[in-house]
Design a protein around this ligand. Structure first.
Ligand code: FE2
Length: 316
């Protein structure tokens, strides 16, 4: 299977980085890493045809051998590197659970090591988020609209506000024979220009006071609870995610670019600015990192700054 739109501006193949070696051809690692960050911040997808980090064939085979439907394996298995916790897998068989935990831990560590070389300008400031394994065939999932992965959207995490921090995700298709197919469309600058106002950006920007949720947050903090706070940016991005999925005219009429990621390929992007819909595929692994505004090489191109310019006021 081939990438159908290799030449499209949104996809940037990287051919001079090799697992276990790093940059080749005597390239200046610092300037290559900075260039990669710039590409990502321009809403492009870095694409690697070959695995750019260590991931053994044994580990890959073990992951895809886990069967759905035997109730041990949930639809999404997540690994939380900071706490070394595995979620979404319930097994009576302790040896299998331990092995899965070990495979996800090793995967996460290897990807983070790879990204700290590839995207060095981010590595001292990023927050390591979850890794996940997606064992289910995307085309057979039956989910409510807001949870559907086959509708174009940009990401925002309901449980993890970023205050302008960027959602960076590294995906690998571990399926041995089938590609993973995405649709994408115009990236965040055009999306915001064409849809943010209609989606209610100005109301989110001008809503004063903490609102009901804020009152509960203050109350919780007074009780000594650890309470998350959501900026206007977080609230708008969560709303924008739903707005895009629920807007059937947008879903139907927007220009679409189909991307097919072959078995064994890896791709990296900021999923808060690259719209994506997963149309087809089974067995992908993914690691998420949050990149704070202060680490970006071109912060003026971030969704936060784009929306702030559009709204005429600070959002975080
Ligand atoms: Fe998404």
């Amino acid at each position: 299977m081939q990438i159908m739109e290799m030449t499209h501006k949104c996809l940037v193949p990287v051919t001079d980085f090799r697992a276990g070696h790093g940059w080749e051809n005597g390239e200046d690692p610092q300037s290559r890493a900075r260039w990669c960050c710039q590409q990502l911040e321009e809403s492009r997808i870095l694409y690697f045809e070959e695995l750019p980090f260590e991931f053994s064939e044994d580990d890959r085979k073990f992951l895809i051998s886990q069967r759905l439907g035997d109730s041990r394996l949930h639809k999404n298995i997540s690994y939380r590197p900071k706490q070394d916790l595995l979620r979404g897998f319930a097994s009576q068989d302790a040896a299998t659970a331990d092995r899965l935990h070990e495979v996800m831990r090793r995967y996460s560590q290897n990807v983070i090591r790879f990204l700290s070389q590839l995207l060095a300008p981010y590595s001292s400031d990023w927050a390591v988020d979850y890794a996940s394994f997606r064992p289910e065939a995307e085309q057979s999932r039956n989910l409510p609209v807001r949870k559907r992965n086959d509708l174009l959207h940009v990401d925002a995490f309901p449980s993890r506000p970023t205050h302008g921090g960027r959602i960076l995700r590294c995906f690998t298709n571990v399926n041995p024979t089938e590609g993973r197919v995405w649709n994408t469309t115009d990236a965040f600058p055009e999306l915001a220009r064409d849809h943010a106002e209609q989606a209610g950006l100005n109301q989110f920007a001008t809503r004063s006071g903490p609102g009901v949720a804020g009152v509960f947050q203050s109350f919780g903090r007074a009780l000594g609870l650890k309470i998350k706070t959501y900026s206007a940016y977080d609230r708008f991005m969560l709303h924008f995610h739903d707005y895009m999925k629920e807007n059937s005219a947008f879903q139907q009429d927007c220009p679409k670019i189909k991307l097919e990621f072959p078995p064994g390929s890896t791709w990296i992007c900021f999923t808060d600015s690259v719209p994506h819909a997963v149309l087809y595929g089974q067995h992908a692994v993914e690691q998420t990192l949050i990149i704070p505004m202060s680490a970006l090489v071109t912060p003026e191109k971030s969704p936060l700054r784009i929306l702030e310019r559009q709204a005429g006021r600070a959002l975080a």
